[in-house]
Design a protein around this ligand. Structure first.
Ligand SMILES: [Zn+2]
Length: 331
């Protein structure tokens, strides 16, 4: 406890705290002391002394003195433990989600300044500006995120910790279309799809929340489950709002629980059809897991070689997709 208090006082120097609360020294006193009007009592002649080196204050007017915690206690008229809690709160960094919100907003702004990104979205079948806006899709050109977040007061360590920049200070996302991944309305990760030669998929390595994009489908009695965010986007665009996506073919236990909150629900699994049958195998395994959770599962076959995204890019309509759903077999 004593150690924690020492650390707290070191991390919020008394002078810095005072100055943040508009205390202005009038003149330097003796031995590295600063003197100003006392914030704790009304006075016209400065008698409030601060020793920055010792991190202590003393007022010759009201006779009170002590360290940062003592000052805040008197200043805000709070009991000791509440004062400590308040100061500790000041040191807690903003939650990751806020950092990710800032980042997503920045990338969203960049999207419209980079025609190559809009062209890429078009190539992947995404044309509806309202949907692009609603999904919060952005673009990371690379090279400018760090400066932007630093301007907002974000420390290098904090950015490094979030995974948004590398230890060399480079943006983690470069030339990638960005999809914010939300959980309960909060951004928990960012997914970046390369529009160049780099490895196609990228998520932030560490995040407090889940690693998956997951749109709540709680209101729907039938749910369409797809692998990728572009699958999700084209299906939403075609009006299938009961679609959700797990980025990949595995569901977390939380996601499974959410799906099972309506026991009579039917889940249509529409994974990629791979030549090596990996997608088919994953579909089958997941269908069994869903059935164990009390759900009806159907595996949807798209024409050979198609995933939902390129099926729509190839010209399929909502009616075509509905036909595929209707043909889907129950296990
Ligand atoms: Zn005083």
């Amino acid at each position: 406890m004593a150690e924690n208090l020492e650390r707290l006082k070191q991390r919020i120097p008394l002078l810095e705290y005072l100055q943040r609360h508009n205390w202005k020294p009038c003149r330097a006193g003796t031995r590295q002391e600063l003197v100003g009007l006392c914030p704790l009592h009304p006075e016209t002649r400065p008698s409030f002394y601060v020793n920055a080196a010792k991190n202590l204050f003393y007022c010759h007017g009201c006779g009170r003195g002590g360290d940062l915690i003592r000052f805040v206690q008197l200043f805000l008229d709070l009991p000791f433990h509440q004062t400590v809690a308040l100061l500790q709160q000041e040191l807690t960094p903003a939650p990751v989600s806020r950092l990710l919100e800032e980042t997503a907003a920045f990338y969203q702004f960049q999207l419209h300044r980079h025609p190559e990104a809009i062209r890429y979205l078009g190539k992947r079948g995404l044309h509806d500006p309202a949907l692009i806006e609603e999904m919060g899709i952005g673009y990371a050109p690379g090279g400018n995120l760090r400066r932007h977040l630093a301007d907002l007061g974000c420390s290098f360590d904090r950015l490094l910790d979030s995974g948004l920049i590398s230890s060399q200070g480079r943006d983690a996302f470069c030339r990638r279309v960005i999809f914010p991944c939300r959980e309960d309305g909060q951004i928990v990760n960012l997914y970046g799809r390369s529009i160049g030669a780099a490895f196609p998929h990228r998520l932030l390595p560490r995040s407090k929340g889940g690693m998956f994009a997951w749109e709540s489908v709680s209101g729907f009695s039938t749910v369409i489950l797809v692998e990728g965010l572009f699958d999700l986007a084209v299906l939403w665009q075609a009006g299938f709002r009961n679609t959700t996506c797990a980025i990949g073919t595995q569901l977390t236990s939380v996601q499974l629980t959410q799906l099972a909150d309506q026991p009579s629900r039917t889940v249509y699994i529409v994974f990629d059809q791979d030549e090596n049958q990996a997608g088919q195998k994953a579909s089958h395994q997941l269908a069994l897991r869903l059935q164990d959770a009390g759900l009806a599962a159907r595996i949807v076959q798209l024409p050979t070689g198609h995933d939902p995204n390129n099926y729509f890019v190839a010209g399929a309509t909502g009616a075509d997709f509905t036909e595929c759903l209707e043909r889907a077999e129950q296990l």
